[in-house]
Design a protein. Structure first.
Length: 196
């Protein structure tokens, strides 16, 4: 069954389309602002039909398709490839574990985070600076979960509460919550921590 339109369709005059196109090509012009400016300045048949018409013209004119913006891809394989490339480009992305029988795991941390955890969350830490390492899978980022670690940084004190603030530690991005998902990351952490 076809939808019936309550109003008669009237084709937008080509000069209006050209005006919208030229306005959208101006550097820094926002689509909503273009629409509002043209509908306020021009009455009746000389204005664009609606905001979506301006958005379509801006998309075709500027070539910035909404699905090509750098918000994240819609493909898990592309996301994984981006992360694998990031291992060599960013200090925070440290390891990517990929195997045929399990979902991918990405380990994110800095050397400073590992040093702070060794300083505050191990048996060798002094009683006045000891902190508990909290581990929590709380975020669902696209197909990935983010398991974050947190600890109280005892070398820093808040002025207002005189309490140590929570600092974020290493993070694990993964696709499931199975026990074996966490095993490689735990073994990897212990490779960098001092024994004791």
């Amino acid at each position: 069954m076809q939808k019936k339109c309550k109003r008669e369709y009237v084709r937008t005059h080509p000069s209006v389309l050209e005006t919208v196109k030229s306005e959208c090509q101006k550097v820094g012009s926002k689509r909503r602002q273009v629409y509002e400016r043209l509908t306020l300045d021009i009455d009746g048949d000389g204005a664009p039909r609606d905001l979506s018409q301006v958005q379509r013209i801006a998309t075709t004119t500027n070539g910035d398709r909404p699905d090509s913006r750098p918000v994240g891809s819609r493909n898990l394989a592309d996301d994984i490839q981006t992360i694998i490339t990031a291992v060599h480009k960013h200090d925070f992305v440290r390891e990517v574990h990929i195997s045929s029988d399990d979902s991918p795991r990405i380990l994110l941390y800095t050397d400073e985070q590992i040093n702070d955890i060794a300083r505050f969350c191990t048996m060798t830490a002094g009683n006045n600076v000891k902190s508990v390492l909290g581990i929590d899978r709380t975020f669902n980022l696209s197909p990935f979960y983010a398991t974050a670690t947190v600890f109280k940084h005892r070398a820093v004190v808040r002025c207002t509460t005189q309490d140590a603030p929570l600092f974020i530690g290493p993070m694990l991005l993964h696709c499931n919550g199975k026990f074996r998902t966490y095993q490689p990351s735990s073994a990897t952490y212990t490779d960098y921590w001092p024994t004791g």
